[in-house]
Design a protein around this ligand. Structure first.
Ligand code: MG
Length: 457
């Protein structure tokens, strides 16, 4: 009996110490709350120059932390943007390079290791509230990707059957979208309350302001930019509720709060879509308007008050950065595309010219290095209800520090520089190795369901 107990204790010790020898959250490791808006443009917050929308609570994050001017999304559309943010990896590496629809039966592979898994393995409680959009079948849902808690919707709010999930189950087939921001905020506050005594990571992915947009009665008519502005002001209210809750629970100082957007504004939706704030184009394009997103972060233990950075940063950076500030161990052979931006958050610079690849589905479209951005030739698009028209163009070259609106193509006069940029772009792309085929499958379009059943058409 005694021997058995001894062995049991020994085994327990071995098991605990083998599991993750280097991961150890301490009392100082912060909670993390990552708030994502959907299709919010670069010109839609007062801290980013909006005069007709008032966002004091979101701006509070920058006033007490850092504002990024040159922060990039991973993609100009929802699914790959979210996949890249949660994994720190370009989603082209695992084929999730486009938008999933209700008829897609694929999702982010479970072999991908998410921020939620990283932090859960380091004893954080992990919660998600809001829009998932990384696969709605059971095996792809948040609970199977490292989240202890999920309340929200499976994909975009304009797609068939917007339903509420709690955990792995649909609990409401007809949610009232005008109350969605409120409902999700309530769920977020409850999660914070329940986890005030332990470390937690909370991912709040608002379905707003993705079209169709809705605000609750309390916010209708409150902004100077119609319903779109009202929706953003309700998101701002939501951020205020979260900050107040943290304050009330004495968690404000030890929580890193981030606010960002998954991609640029949906311009064909006109006044129902957002503003790119003078950047070129919007959602579905790799011009700055589609890719550059407003991003603010605060965390008293690390980020000085009221700083601004123009260093190039990206949603890909959160994975390694969270690992660094929570002392969580990144699996040894994991290939990451993001960088640890802890020094940038402290107000320092990289000390080298950072570069960045811009993809549309599997296609490499553009590359930025330092101030320069090169854009590969494009065949043009006539325009449709969902995607703005664009003329065909040859190679473009911009100096983004002088010309963030990408108005002035200087390719003709800088071909040597363009060649150099193209060379380093190709090298970075080639270093990714062979990329897998897209796993974004639309069953209505390609009849893959017939192939799966081995039925000849
Ligand atoms: Mg989006």
């Amino acid at each position: 009996m005694h021997i058995h107990t001894k062995y049991l204790i020994l085994l327990l010790v071995l098991f605990t110490s083998c599991k993750s020898p280097k991961s150890s959250s301490s009392e100082n490791s912060p909670n993390i709350i990552f708030i994502f808006a959907d299709d919010l443009g670069y010109g839609d917050l007062s801290s980013y120059g909006a005069k007709d929308i008032s966002t004091p609570n979101i701006d509070f994050i920058a006033e007490n932390g850092i504002k990024f001017t040159d922060f990039y999304s991973v993609s100009s559309v929802c699914t790959p943007s979210r996949a890249g943010m949660l994994t720190g990896r370009l989603p082209q590496r695992f084929g999730l390079n486009g938008v999933l629809f209700p008829d897609s039966h694929t999702g982010m592979p479970s072999s991908e290791y998410t921020i939620a898994e990283l932090l859960k393995d380091n004893n954080y409680r992990t919660g998600m509230v809001g829009k998932w959009h990384l696969g709605h079948k059971h095996e792809y849902l948040p609970l199977q990707q490292g989240f202890d808690f999920f309340f929200g919707i499976p994909y975009s709010n304009d797609m068939a059957s917007t339903v509420y999930f709690r955990g792995n189950n649909v609990i409401d087939h007809f949610p009232d979208q005008s109350l969605m921001t409120k409902k999700l905020t309530d769920e977020a506050l409850k999660f914070i309350e329940l986890n005030s005594k332990n470390q937690f990571y909370l991912y709040v992915a608002h379905p707003m302001p993705h079209v169709p947009i809705y605000a609750s009665e309390d916010f209708i008519g409150t902004s100077k930019r119609g319903l779109y502005g009202d929706v953003i002001q309700e998101l701002d209210w939501s951020v205020g509720k979260i900050l107040n809750k943290l304050d009330e629970m004495k968690l404000l100082e030890n929580t890193m709060v981030i606010f960002s957007s998954d991609n640029g504004p949906w311009l064909t939706m006109k006044e129902m879509g957002g503003s790119s704030g003078g950047l070129r184009n919007g959602k579905m394009y790799t011009f700055e308007g589609g890719m550059r997103v407003p991003t603010l972060a605060m965390y008293k233990g690390l980020i000085p008050v009221g700083i601004e950075t123009n260093e190039i940063a990206s949603q890909l950076d959160w994975f390694p950065t969270f690992a660094s500030i929570t002392n969580s161990e990144i699996p040894e052979n994991m290939i990451l595309d993001g960088l640890d931006i802890r020094e940038i958050l402290k107000g320092n610079s990289f000390g080298f010219e950072r570069d960045y690849l811009f993809f549309d589905y599997e296609k490499l479209e553009a590359y930025r290095k330092g101030d320069w951005k090169i854009k590969l030739p494009y065949q043009g698009w006539p325009g449709s209800w969902y995607k703005s028209p664009i003329d065909a163009h040859d190679t473009l070259l911009f100096n983004l520090s002088e010309d963030p609106g990408e108005k002035n193509n200087i390719f003709e006069y800088n071909k040597v520089l363009a060649r150099k940029l193209a060379d380093s772009m190709i090298k970075k792309y080639d270093d990714m190795g062979e990329l897998p085929n897209s796993i974004v499958i639309r069953t209505d379009a390609d009849e893959s369901h017939l192939r799966e059943l081995n039925i000849e058409k």
